[in-house]
Design a protein around this ligand. Structure first.
Ligand code: NOJ
Length: 559
């Protein structure tokens, strides 16, 4: 049975995401909440079991009501769907399974009408092996497109040019028997890497951004942006002790990951997208904050929004680890906070303890949405969708799960259909869904949660409404509080016009938290609770905020 949590929402004005009515001081994307849509799984308008663009358009009111300002649509270009769209066969069209360019134009128009911007996924590291560019490149060694990809002779009979490994297991090189050379693919053989050292490739890809500008696209999420360039000498990568999940030797990708050349290229791309008012979001898998920092560019002239994936690798409810990562992200630039996407187990599943899952889902949402920075939500997070892995190899659809089974079961679990209602197939389709609907859909779905003021969905809506109307949450500084506290993560957000405290109980026990009211310049007695999931009455007794297990209290301070 779900715990009854008291939701106190005071002084939260309605969401008004019309561009003209927002504060204009910061660039729009700093005040925006982004929402990732995996189009295969979001909403199916023609009942063929696959989501589509008309389905997304039909759900724009839902997204508007949630308080979303921008949608990032995972690839919907024509594709053989080997990696479910991350293998693009034409960058300037829509796959018929998702609709037409006219459907896209309507989606963009309707989104804009509601103040929602549209971000396309830009798969710029590689194409599909079925892209006409690659088919030409492969057709002969002398084809003008040969150098659009990375072709090399092997080291000897049956020996690839070097020891680089594919991220999906095995060698990163595949042999083409017709032209007797190997081509390079950081991912699967069906995803050959483009040669970004060739100016014609660069020009063609930059043109893609202009094409989508003409179709109303407001920016791009840059897929696999770490691996655009390879060492020209193709030096072997150093191997490390142990084996990876595919049974291959562990390796440090020294010569094919995050090369310096990336940055000069990103600066050029940025000039092109800036000219059209488009923004760049980076799929930036960095190991340190120093690395993440480089992606902003020395003069803020590379990616505006490099995602901080170090945040997502904290797979436990740990105050100290989150506090530390937040402080690091704060030091890098404008932070971009993500807790889930189509490549990782859902946050509900990663952080849930099996007992307080509802409260923990709200706790994670409260943290992600009250920090200084731009949050990117993943569809279904707002209703508490879970990840369940396939149980049998024959059910796996994701190529990563097929090659990595059983150690790596792939990403199907986090890509299941959006749960719209308690109807059959969760209201996603009347056909056969391409992936099974998760068993949790009867209780966790948009329709049921819409009617429940204590649901995860209602909490997200309140949180987003608060965020959009609070000077402190939009623009305020982040000030960590009581930094040695191991149970409670607390911080203030302070702007010239408003101060807010966010107090998050990261423990299964009740906690009592006493901010240093004096240092905050506030009178405890005048504190105004704006949003709380504290069971019972959220109260401030003797200057202490009382918190039930895994609860949230967000309060405005007054002098
Ligand atoms: C990152 C994407 O998020 C992932 O889904 C995909 O498999 C790889 N890039 C290859 O494009």
């Amino acid at each position: 049975m779900r715990k009854s949590l008291l939701l106190a929402v005071l002084a939260v004005a309605a969401v008004v995401p019309a561009w003209g009515q927002k504060q204009q001081s910061a660039p729009w994307w700093q005040h925006a909440v982004f929402y990732e849509i995996y189009p295969r799984s979001f909403a199916d308008s023609n009942q063929d079991g696959l989501g589509d663009l008309k389905g997304i358009t039909a759900k724009l009111d839902y997204l508007h009501q949630l308080g979303v300002d921008a949608i990032w649509i995972s690839p919907c270009y024509p594709s053989p769907q080997y990696d479910f769209g991350y293998d693009v066969a034409d960058y300037e069209n829509i796959d018929p399974m998702y609709g037409t360019l006219a459907d896209f134009d309507k989606l963009a128009r309707e989104a804009h009408r509601r103040g929602i911007r549209v971000i396309m996924d830009f798969v710029l590291n590689h194409t599909s092996s079925q892209h006409p560019w690659f088919l030409q490149s492969k057709s002969s060694r002398s084809n003008p497109k040969r150098d659009w990809y990375i072709w090399r002779d092997g080291k000897g009979a049956g020996q690839p040019p070097n020891n680089w490994q594919s991220d999906f297991g095995g060698s990163a090189w595949s042999f083409d028997a017709a032209t007797k050379q190997y081509y390079y693919h950081y991912f699967e053989a069906q995803q050959p890497d483009l040669n970004w050292r060739n100016p014609a490739v660069e020009a063609a890809m930059f043109d893609v951004t202009r094409f989508w500008h003409r179709h109303g696209v407001d920016g791009f999420r840059l897929d696999a942006v770490d691996t655009l360039f390879e060492d020209p000498a193709l030096r072997d990568n150093p191997t490390l002790a142990g084996k990876n999940e595919f049974g291959d030797a562990e390796m440090k990708n020294l010569y094919n990951d995050k090369l310096e050349e990336n940055h000069a290229e990103l600066r050029k791309l940025r000039q092109v997208t800036d000219a059209n008012g488009q923004i760049l979001i980076g799929e930036t898998w960095t190991d340190s904050i120093g690395e993440l920092k480089t992606y902003y560019g020395a003069h803020d002239d590379e990616i505006q929004m490099p995602m901080d994936f170090m945040f997502t690798t904290i797979n436990k409810i740990s105050v100290s680890e989150f506090r530390r990562q937040i402080a690091l992200a704060e030091s890098a630039g404008w932070p971009v906070f993500v807790i889930g996407n189509h490549d990782m187990a859902r946050s509900y599943t990663r952080y849930g303890d099996g007992q307080h899952n509802e409260a923990i889902a709200k706790l994670m949402a409260a943290m992600q949405l009250t920090l200084r920075g731009t949050p990117i939500l993943y569809y279904g997070e707002e209703i508490g969708m879970e990840t369940h892995q396939p149980e049998r190899k024959e059910d796996v659809k994701d190529p990563l799960g097929v090659s990595g089974w059983p150690q790596q079961k792939g990403r199907d679990g986090e890509r299941r259909p959006m749960q719209w209602s308690a109807a059959e197939n969760a209201g996603f389709t009347r056909g056969t869904p391409w992936l099974p609907v998760d068993a949790g859909y009867k209780t966790h779905n948009a329709a049921v949660e819409d009617r429940d003021p204590q649901s995860i969905l209602s909490f997200y809506r309140s949180l987003l409404a608060l965020r959009h109307t609070s000077f402190a949450l939009l623009d305020g500084d982040y000030l960590p509080l009581d930094e040695s506290n191991a149970q409670v993560l607390a911080y203030a957000r302070k702007s010239a016009k408003e101060s807010i405290v966010v107090v998050l109980n990261f423990s299964a026990a009740p906690q009592s938290f006493a901010p240093d009211w004096k240092a905050l310049g506030a009178d405890a007695a005048k504190t105004e609770v704006l949003l709380s999931t504290v069971e019972g009455t959220s109260s401030i007794k003797d200057g202490k905020i009382q918190l039930s297990p895994f609860s949230v209290c967000i309060a405005r301070l007054h002098k």
